[in-house]
Design a protein around this ligand. Sequence first.
Ligand SMILES: Cc1cc2nc3c(=O)[nH]c(=O)nc-3n(C[C@H](O)[C@H](O)[C@H](O)COP(=O)(O)OP(=O)(O)OC[C@H]3O[C@@H](n4cnc5c(N)ncnc54)[C@H](O)[C@@H]3O)c2cc1C
Length: 339
Amino acid sequence: MVDQARITSGFSAGPVRRHPGPDPYADAADGVDILGPGDLREHFPYITDKAVGAVHVRRAGWFSAQQLGAWMVDQAKGHGAELVSAEVTDIHVESGRVVGVSLSNGASIGTDTVIAATGPLSRPVASMAGVDLPLYSELHLKVAFKDHLGAIPKEAPMIIWSDPQQIDWSDEEREELGRMGREDVLGEMPIYCHGRPEGGAESPYFLALWEYHHETLEPTWPLPDDPLYPEVVMRGLTTMVPGLAPYLEGLPESTVDGGYYTKTRENLPLIGPCGPEGFHVVAGLSGFGVMVAAGAGDLLASHVTGRSLPNYAESFLLSRYDDSRYMAEIQALEDSGQL
Ligand SMILES: Cc1cc2nc3c(=O)[nH]c(=O)nc-3n(C[C@H](O)[C@H](O)[C@H](O)COP(=O)(O)OP(=O)(O)OC[C@H]3O[C@@H](n4cnc5c(N)ncnc54)[C@H](O)[C@@H]3O)c2cc1C
């Protein structure tokens, strides 16, 4: 489903180590190259000359999640699925097994199989079946800038700045931000400010993300607002692409949206049966749900149909939390390693 072959690259102003000996991937279109300053200047001249190295991921790309979803729905319908657009308001359980669901349109459906694949709302939906899922959600915003100056070429890969950085607010701005209680943008900012061109050859848009909120919250819609987001992200990006600096005098047209990363403690999804017989979940897809959607669906289908299971199936079950050694291991994790 990758419709355009692109490259994902991480740039760093910190020290970089070259491969010892010949680069095993030098000729491979699907490998990873480590680039030095010369390669960077030659192939990515818009990246700051402060960058001393880059990890150049060759086998990477992007595609439209909406189109993937629409294609999957078409495939399912072609195999006899019927789509009912309504909210599940209750899950009925009798004698330890699911027997049906109630819908917001007043209808109910009798069934012996219910799958909660309800994203950030998986926890409340699973609770309708008496199951407590250990999930939490983080707000992740993204901003689309209209790069009318063409500071970043359309053929640019996704670019990711992998050093911490400090935003160079003026003294006046610092004071004002302090008064606004925005300490989150005053100190050392996290790594992974990133972005990529968006749309076809004629599109002027550049899509950018930088998760600096580090907030766990109950999902609500419309999404909580951060009026500073476009400016903070533009400042972060300018560290990597100095040609964006004119936008600091006047931000380009921009649109902010986003959603939630719904995660488990160790950032591994929950896929398979749990709770009453016939009840299943596909949840905790965090920031990788588009990439893993097909595999997660395939694994869940094996559970539901009784097909033989792959050897990794157990790793995704809710029952993994019954293992006290596993629990001790994941409690010791510092963070989930998510972009
Ligand atoms: C800013 C941002 C960037 C991201 N970037 C990437 C990326 O680059 N690559 C990647 O792989 N992933 C990315 N993700 C993550 C990805 O979007 C999610 O992991 C994925 O959408 C989760 O899929 P899901 O089907 O579990 O949940 P969702 O996509 O949220 O779908 C859940 C569905 O359940 C429905 N629902 C909820 N409650 C009920 C109910 N009671 N009854 C009926 N229906 C209900 C909802 O309406 C919704 O349609 C990103 C996420 C964000 C927020």
